[in-house]
Structures are given as structure tokens and as C-alpha cells.
Design a protein around this ligand. Structure first.
Ligand code: HEM
Length: 193
């Protein structure tokens, strides 16, 4: 999936993240001559076309900011927040950042549990899955991520739906079943010299 995303075509519009500034500078320099303008445009397109979705999103700091905002929205959303009542939220955030980083072609490894194992016995409905996607979209909008990048990310994550949804229903705000077992907190690895 990461490879597919890496190859995907790129918008000429920059993100509301770091590389917008670089694009802006390249644009000003185009004013010189027609020839220069043409070659500058070609170079810019080539450079941007080779960028992974990870880079176009602005790298790990930008992804971390989106996930922080997303998790805050989920915590305030009565349609889904009951499902997180017994979970370790710092772990969820760390794993989500690594997962998005890895899925978008970034230099991270996702070491969390599989989507099936993570969401087993959680009783997630289709309505709740859609509510979570709405919260993620709202977080992406806070950071003005363009539609193309949003679609690429949501398509990648959306393909995991079959491993997450257990109940075919539009209901939201359903209870967390007692049989659900949350993952333990992540522990820091301390190495002796
Ligand atoms: C595309 C959609 C989703 C993705 C990509 C996703 C991804 C993840 C990831 C990476 C984790 C951390 C796994 C770990 O700690 O090893 C996680 C945990 C969790 N997710 Fe999801 N998730 C999605 C949808 C949902 C939905 C719809 C709900 C509920 C409404 C949900 C509820 C939870 C909860 C409660 C945890 C904590 C589990 C625990 O404590 O062990 N997720 N999710």
C-alpha cells in the first residue's frame, strides 16, 4: 500500500505545511524569463511528483499534530468515545502516528497490533466507523490538508474497514462490550551502557 501511495500523482497546490513555503519561493523566481519559467515549472513538477504522501503531508511533526487534534475530537465525540474508555490513549496516539507515517511512505515502522486484533470484541458499527472518519476529516481540515491528500489517506485507512467493523448497523454511541481487552501501555526501553 505504501508503494501505491508513493507513486500516486500529486497536486500542484501545496499543503498547509512546510513545503508550501518552498513552493512559494520557486514561484517568485519564475518571473525571470519564459525559458526560465518553463524549466522552473518542469523542475517543480518533477520534484513534487516524486514526493511521497508522507512528505506532502509535511512529515512526522505535521502527522503528529493532525493525530493530536484527531484524538481530541474523538474524545469529545459521544458517537464513539465510549469505545476508548478503557484504553491507554498515549499508546493509541503513538501507534496511530507510526501507522500513518508507515502507510504514507514515511521512514517509520508500525509495531502495533493488527487492526483485527486491536478492534476484536469492541463491537464497532459501520455508523461508528463513519463517525471516526468524519473526525479525522475534520482534523485534516484544521490543518488545511488539500482534498487530494485527504482522499489518498482516507482511501488507505478506509481499506482497513473490514478488519475493524464487527456490527453491520448505522447505530452510534454503542457500549464497549465487557469482553474487550485493551492493549497494555507502551513501556520505554532503557538500555544500560
Ligand atoms: C480506519 C480506521 C481506523 C484505524 C486506521 C485505526 C487504527 C488504530 C490503531 C493503529 C490503534 C493502536 C493499536 C495498538 O495499540 O496496537 C487503534 C486502537 C484503537 N482503536 Fe482504532 N482504528 C480505526 C478505527 C476505529 C474505530 C471506528 C474505533 C471505534 C469507534 C476505534 C477504536 C479504537 C480503540 C478503542 C483503540 C484502543 C485499543 C486498545 O486499547 O487496545 N478505532 N486503532
Amino acid at each position: 500500500m505504501s508503494n501505491r501511495l508513493r507513486r500516486s500523482r500529486v497536486t500542484a497546490v501545496g499543503l498547509g505545511f512546510a513545503f508550501l513555503g518552498i513552493m512559494g519561493c520557486a514561484k517568485k523566481e519564475q518571473a525571470g524569463s519564459d525559458t526560465l519559467a518553463a524549466s522552473s515549472t518542469a523542475a517543480r513538477t518533477d520534484t513534487t511528483a516524486n514526493k511521497s504522501l508522507y512528505d506532502r503531508l509535511g512529515g512526522k511533526a505535521a502527522i503528529t499534530a493532525v493525530i493530536d487534534t484527531f484524538v481530541a475530537k474523538v474524545a469529545a465525540d459521544p458517537r464513539i468515545n465510549k469505545k476508548f474508555a478503557r484504553s491507554n490513549i498515549p499508546r493509541v496516539k503513538t501507534e496511530l502516528v507510526d501507522q500513518v507515517c508507515a502507510e504514507t511512505g514515511g521512514p517509520c515502522a508500525y509495531t502495533g497490533r493488527s487492526m483485527k486484533e486491536t478492534h476484536r470484541n469492541m463491537g464497532v458499527t459501520e455508523g461508528e466507523f463513519n463517525a471516526l472518519v468524519e473526525d479525522l476529516t475534520a482534523a485534516l481540515n484544521v490543518f488545511k490538508v488539500p482534498a487530494r491528500e485527504q482522499n489518498e489517506l482516507l482511501t488507505a485507512l478506509g481499506s482497513m474497514k473490514g478488519d475493524i467493523v464487527e456490527v453491520k448497523s448505522n447505530a452510534t454511541g454503542t457500549k464497549l462490550p465487557a469482553t474487550f481487552k485493551p492493549a497494555p501501555p507502551l513501556t520505554a526501553i532503557i538500555t544500560k551502557k
